[in-house]
Design a protein around this ligand. Structure first.
Ligand code: AMP
Length: 189
């Protein structure tokens, strides 16, 4: 299935210097949510692409109740359906380390973490002549605000999707392979 990440779409718009990217940048730098109007426009356009016909995973969307309600309408318009909502459950201190330690290898594009990745994977990037690049909003001040915004605006979606019967909760700590296995079990695949 294709992964549809509103964060990736927004970062691409910022990097390309589009009007939309310019409008989104200040909110992203501050760890605030970008306006629903911008994000929904992007999602509507992305889900119209033919590669989503055989399934898609929404990543980082919806982020608040208004987006969740609009998603419902967009999917109805496009004749698509939401089959499940996954809550990857992670303790706050682990989450902080994942965010502050997150790096991307400039050469290979591989996602790494200075706290959790094996040294061999980090060395592999450096040996290939790559650098460990940190996302602009992965600094402590912005992360603090992103988590506050999560608690205020996104967390209510847990009850919202639990009530609709779509919520699947997966323990999101430990080895990646174990989490993946739990995810597949939760989704029945
Ligand atoms: P992410 O890559 O999902 O961590 O998102 C990075 C940043 O992009 C967030 O802190 C927001 O500023 C913005 N963003 C991503 N997805 C959304 C969304 N669904 N609604 C509003 N803002 C978003």
């Amino acid at each position: 299935m294709v992964q549809v990440s509103t964060g990736d779409l927004l970062r691409a718009a910022v990097a390309a210097g589009t009007e939309l990217g310019r409008r989104a940048k200040a909110a992203m730098d501050a760890g605030e949510l970008v306006s629903d109007e911008i994000v929904l426009g992007m999602i509507r356009e992305r889900l119209r692409q033919p590669d989503t016909a055989s399934g898609f995973i929404l990543d980082g969307f919806p982020r608040n109740l208004a987006q969740a309600n609009s998603l419902h309408e967009v999917l109805a318009e496009l004749g698509k359906e939401l089959e499940a909502v996954v809550l990857l459950d992670v303790d706050l201190d682990v989450l902080m380390k994942r965010l502050t330690g997150r790096r991307t290898c400039s050469k290979t594009g591989k996602l790494l973490n200075i706290h959790f990745s094996p040294q061999s994977e980090i060395d592999e990037c450096l040996a290939a002549g790559g650098e460990l690049v940190q996302r602009a909003d992965d600094n402590e001040a912005t992360i603090g605000n992103r988590l506050a915004v999560y608690r205020e605006q996104t967390e209510p979606l847990i009850d919202y999707y639990r009530e609709s019967g779509l919520l699947r909760t997966v323990a999101g700590e430990g080895e990646m392979g174990d989490i993946y296995a739990r995810l597949k079990t939760a989704l029945g695949v």
